[in-house]
Design a protein around this ligand. Structure first.
Ligand code: XMP
Length: 207
């Protein structure tokens, strides 16, 4: 099957930003290798995405479903820039511990909103293998959504297992472990205002 085209084409992160170690605040230099996407760039891109999504969904029975916990910053900034009535709900998803295949997901917080007959925008922090968004999109379709599109702040195409393309993408990032602006490692770093690269030794230490 041919992969579908992304509606909001992603922006690549320029190499000079990847190399910007000096800009990491002193308090985080032990753990953070470099700032990948600074706060101003995140905010500009979120505004652009909100504008594109608003134009696509204005006048439709529209609902946003966001995945906990990594989307909290992105969701809050995104919806505040959408100038039309909308509803959103949050869903919890985690890898199923008792599962035999890595494709098994457990829904830890069910939806409260009725999405039957409504156009759903599924929002996540980062698209990596595609397992999460593939499974949640199927779940939302089975709950009767009129349509399901996906929106991610970050896309890591090098991690993909099988084909999956998000409809709205903020930034394409290299195959590195990233944290900040909602994304965590061991529940830390979510409050960083930028997206940064986590030092490998930090990541390896907790594994
Ligand atoms: P899949 O593989 O299902 O992954 O597309 C989506 C989920 O994996 C987590 N993930 C990350 N979290 N930094 C993070 O903080 C990363 O670089 C990263 N890569 C994948 C994340 O929970 C995401 O929702």
């Amino acid at each position: 099957m041919k992969p579908k085209k992304s509606i909001a084409p992603p922006l690549s992160v320029p190499p000079h930003i990847i190399k910007s170690r000096a800009a990491v605040p002193a308090a985080h230099r032990l753990d953070i290798e470099a700032i990948l996407i600074p706060p101003s760039r995140i905010q500009r891109r979120v505004s652009e995405l909100a504008h594109i999504i608003s134009a696509d969904y204005r006048g439709k029975e529209f609902v946003i479903i966001a995945l906990l916990n990594g989307t909290v910053m992105f969701l809050a900034d995104l919806v505040r820039r959408m100038e039309f009535p909308l509803q959103f709900d949050l869903m919890g998803v985690s890898s199923y511990r008792g599962g035999t295949s890595s494709g098994d997901l457990e829904f830890t917080r069910p939806l409260k909103l009725d999405i039957r007959g409504r156009h759903v925008l599924l929002v996540d922090d980062i698209l990596d293998t595609g397992k999460t968004l593939r499974a949640v999109s199927a779940e939302l379709a089975s709950l009767g959504a009129a349509s399901v599109r996906t929106c991610v702040l970050l896309d890591k195409p090098a991690g993909r297992v099988g084909e999956f393309t998000a409809d709205y993408v903020g930034f394409v990032v290299p195959h590195l472990f990233v944290v900040g602006y909602g994304l965590d490692h061991d529940e830390k770093y979510r409050n960083l205002p930028f997206v940064g690269v986590l030092k490998e030794e930090v990541y390896q230490a907790v594994r």
